[in-house]
Design a protein around this ligand. Structure first.
Ligand SMILES: Nc1nc2c(ncn2[C@@H]2O[C@H](COP(=O)(O)OP(=O)(O)OP(=O)(O)O)[C@@H](O)[C@H]2O)c(=O)[nH]1
Length: 327
């Protein structure tokens, strides 16, 4: 059976509340746009049972570990980071129960209560995610895209997600100077919590709102340059620079597309149809080139092995056994 993907990694969307992170994600994965603002809190909507299960297992392990160390330090359990881990675990458990039962059981309500008590300042999980597989340079990449809540009160929780990201979108709204100014704060959070070398792209969303524009395109480009990031203006509303639309052979650059200020000019010209999500995926792939080479070697080796096994009539190995996950 054909493999569904070759590599799996995690991207994160961060930025102020209301800049359009959820809408960007929905446009990219489902080609949909929602005109209402429903703040991301992520308690019930996490769609992927398997991932929740993993998160749950990790939560239990992490919780046990942290409780042990906080006790041996003579501190009270569930402070700071411990509190966040406890909340993540409990919220995962609640979501899992709800997904399994498809009904609101009294038991899950009790757990929900417990989760909210464990992290009162968080109030909820603060993240949601969607999955999508795209092909870049012949590699099938499964991306798990985490949509974080922009509201201040969720940030203890959302920062927990930075450290396992390979790529991060920093999003502001071109009609909000304030959201642009806050990018500096988001960058410093990334520097503090994300792994070194994480790939970043700056996004100025709502580019369709020209009449309400408060942040010039050149301001976005300038900021991106300062931080050594690529820059795109996007619109979840009109699908500008989000969902890849195959340009006709004869056409030039996509109108209005920013050309990734961090890139050399020749490359820019060659890749004028790049969209923001595809571009970040490419950057992550480039950053992990070494692992990728290993993967390619292993893949061709496994192919040869599979052919041999088939010839010998041996049973197949586990499906997708050569998947690489950088989460
Ligand atoms: N005109 C326009 N409106 C947009 C665009 N993207 C999002 N919006 C609107 O902006 C509002 C907020 O969008 P969301 O995607 O919910 O914002 P968010 O960043 O996820 O917010 P939090 O979940 O609170 O962090 C909604 O009313 C959207 O319809 C866009 O590209 N253009």
């Amino acid at each position: 059976m054909a493999k569904q993907y070759d590599v799996l990694f995690r991207l994160l969307l961060i930025g102020d509340s209301g800049v359009g992170k959820t809408c960007l994600l929905c446009r990219f994965t489902d080609n949909e746009f929602h005109s209402s603002h429903i703040s991301t809190i992520g308690i019930l909507s996490a769609p992927c049972y398997e991932i929740m299960k993993d998160q749950l297992a990790e939560g239990i392990e992490g919780l046990a570990e942290r409780r042990k160390s906080s006790r041996s330090n003579g501190r009270k359990a569930f402070l700071g980071e411990e509190e966040a881990v406890a909340c993540e675990f409990l919220v995962g458990l609640v979501a899992l129960l709800r997904l399994q039962a498809s009904v609101v059981s009294p038991f899950s309500e009790v757990l929900l209560e417990l989760a909210l008590t464990a992290a009162p300042q968080a109030g909820a999980c603060g993240v949601d995610f969607k999955m999508k597989t795209i092909e870049v340079d012949g590699i099938k990449v499964r991306i798990q895209i985490w949509d974080t809540a922009g509201q201040e009160r969720y940030q203890t929780i959302t920062k927990q997600y930075y450290r396992r990201a390979q790529g991060i979108f920093l999003v502001y709204d071109i009609s909000s100077e304030r959201s642009y100014q806050h990018i500096m704060k988001w960058v410093s959070d990334v520097d503090e919590y994300a792994p070194e070398g994480v790939q970043k792209i700056l996004i100025g969303n709502k580019a369709d709102e020209e009449q309400k524009r408060q942040v010039g395109r050149e301001q976005g480009q300038q900021l991106a340059k300062e931080y050594g990031m690529d820059f795109y203006e996007t619109s979840a509303c009109t699908n500008l620079n989000i969902k890849e639309v195959r340009a006709p052979q004869t056409s030039g650059p996509v109108p209005g597309a920013d050309q990734g200020v961090g890139r050399p000019e020749r490359e820019v010209a060659d890749r004028s149809h790049d969209q923001s999500f595809t571009r970040l995926t490419e950057l992550v792939l480039q950053a992990h080139r070494k692992e990728l080479e290993g993967l390619r070697t292993r893949a061709s080796h496994e192919l040869a092995l599979a052919e041999l096994e088939e010839e010998e009539g041996k049973p197949e190995g586990p499906a997708n056994s050569s998947k690489t996950c950088w989460c």
